[in-house]
Design a protein around this ligand. Structure first.
Ligand code: SAM
Length: 278
């Protein structure tokens, strides 16, 4: 898809505005960043990479895309739009920090497009280049390889920052949000994927999710969604296992039990918190 530039983009090397020219983004000091033919820009400086291939792997991204595109989490972006995003004003900026393969933003823009209102500007970034390559195939937006540790956006530029199952950096979120902007966090609730976890682990902790208040923010609302999903194909179960941290944490016996399943009924339990800067 075509890369969409945005006036709030900032150079990751000197924080100057980035302007699109001759197929790349350029700042006044001459730093340039190529626009990849897939429709995204890599704004992650080498010195900010903590590994050669940071973030989720190509296989994890493919698994998440397969699972999410089957619609199992469709209720989550639907709730975000209905409760928080449908009333955004003209020319609003929505930023998905750790956007993965772009499912949430895709659902959000489709739902907002159906509303009879001007479309918001959309920035999605992730530290995994595999995630951003996959996201950029969904629709044209400002897709970036970038890190929460240094978000390449201007101060006080975002109306909404979405952090869905991500790795938040509240200092950066606070810098980038407008004073009346919303930080929306989607986190796993205590019952999330409980039946899967019961198969994987010898004992399951259901009281381990404190959902702390980020410093510098106050909570506006909290909302919970709980429902059951039925996975009826082995591939769906394999995708779910690969896209969560459980595959890496599980002992071989637990993994084997899940690998042998041909169907699984499990709970989706998400907690949606909306915060505003103090
Ligand atoms: C559990 S996934 C959630 C992805 C997406 N929000 C979703 O719910 O489908 C976490 C994502 O955070 C990304 N990530 C990890 N560290 C990050 C960082 N420092 N900055 C931005 N993204 C990061 C990973 O590459 C991965 O795509």
């Amino acid at each position: 898809m075509t890369f969409r530039s945005d006036p709030t983009l900032r150079c990751p090397l000197d924080a100057l505005p980035l302007i699109m020219a001759d197929g790349c983004l350029r700042c006044e000091d001459g730093h340039t960043f190529d626009i990849a033919r897939q429709g995204y820009v890599n704004l992650l400086p080498a010195h900010n990479k903590r590994s050669r291939d940071p973030g989720d792997s190509k296989a994890m991204i493919a698994a998440r895309r397969g699972f999410l595109d089957a619609g199992f989490y469709k209720a989550l972006p639907a709730r975000l739009v209905d409760c928080h995003l449908s009333r955004l004003g003209h020319d609003s900026l929505i930023v998905d920090a750790g956007c993965g393969e772009g499912y949430y933003l895709d659902q959000i823009q489709q739902r907002l497009r159906n509303d009879d209102k001007p479309e918001p500007r959309i920035v999605g970034f992730d530290i995994s280049k595999w995630a951003v390559q996959s996201a950029a195939k969904r629709f044209s937006a400002t897709w970036l390889v970038a890190s929460n540790r240094q978000i390449p956006l201007a101060d006080r530029s975002a109306n909404v920052i979405l952090d869905a199952f991500g790795f938040p950096n509240f200092v950066e979120f606070s810098r980038v949000l407008k004073p009346d902007g919303m930080l929306i966090r989607v986190e796993a609730g205590q019952k999330h994927l409980l039946e899967l976890r019961e198969l994987i682990y010898p004992t399951v902790e259901t009281n381990n999710s404190p959902h702390t208040l980020p410093s510098g923010f106050h909570r506006l609302t909290r909302d919970e969604i709980t429902y059951t999903i039925e996975l009826s194909a082995h591939q769906q179960i394999a995708d779910l296992l690969l896209m969560t941290p459980h595959l890496f944490r599980a002992q071989s016996e637990g993994k084997k039990r899940v690998e042998e399943l041909s169907s699984l009924t499990t709970t989706v339990h998400a907690v949606i918190d909306v915060f505003q800067r103090e």
